[in-house]
Design a binder for this molecule. Structure first.
Ligand code: ZN
Length: 225
């Protein structure tokens, strides 16, 4: 291991709290936070990522995987409604998560960092973990590979919010991270944050917030007794 890491910062809750954990605990250099700007219709997450990187004190870079525009029609604005009707996330495109992690790993390697911090692994995503292990093995034929660090891998519901509370960044996590995959503007924040409240991203976030709040309030109750 070297003493350099990069963060894949999507603008969502998990990657922000993972980055905050790194800032608080990592003794080495956090070289940069990387956000993929792939033309997502919920471009508010890119803006959010930039502001979060600034608040964390990490240099921020956006990368545009333009090859994806040439490779798939799934990025075309207007297909999102169709995707959602078929049960997929509005921001889905084939290989999306794998591509994001591959770009992160290549970027880290080129910067001399061997750790990629990510919040993007879903609960019980065994196939994805296997894929990331493969990426770890395929990068760094020169002897310096990369490893992914995903502190919320297989975490229980609401864990990222609970960690944000413990780290003293609850308000930042609630108000300034974005998990909504619908385009919007000018929305007032809900108790759980900003978003349409209807999409898959918002629904998952609402459940996580509710679960975290229940624990935090019960812990506070226990302390008062
Ligand atoms: Zn939403």
């Amino acid at each position: 291991m070297t003493d350099k890491a990069i963060v894949l910062l999507s603008g969502g809750l998990n990657s922000y709290v993972a980055a905050k954990l790194l800032v608080d605990r990592f003794k080495g250099e956090i070289v940069e936070a990387v956000t993929l700007n792939y033309g997502q219709e919920h471009c508010h997450e890119v803006d959010a990522a930039g502001e979060l990187a600034e608040s964390l004190g990490i240099p921020w870079t956006t990368l545009s995987p333009e090859v994806m525009w040439e490779t798939t029609d799934r990025l075309t604005i207007g297909l999102a409604d169709k995707l959602e009707k078929s049960g997929l996330n509005r921001s889905f495109w084939d290989g999306r998560r794998l591509m994001i992690h591959l770009i992160g790993a290549i970027r880290a390697h080129s910067l001399g960092a061997d750790c990629v911090v990510t919040g993007a692994i879903e609960q019980k995503a065994d196939d994805e973990i296997t894929a990331l292990k493969y990426l770890e093995m395929s990068i760094g034929q020169d002897g310096m590979g990369v490893v992914f660090w995903a502190p919320f891998q297989s975490a229980e519901l609401g864990h990222a919010f609970r960690v944000a509370h413990k780290l003293g960044v609850w308000d930042e996590a609630v108000l300034n991270t974005m998990d909504c995959v619908q385009p919007f503007s000018g929305l007032d924040p809900h108790e759980w944050g900003v978003g349409c409240g209807e999409c898959q991203g918002c629904k998952a976030r609402i459940e996580a917030h509710k679960a975290a709040l229940a624990t935090i309030r019960s812990e506070a109750y226990e302390v008062e007794q």
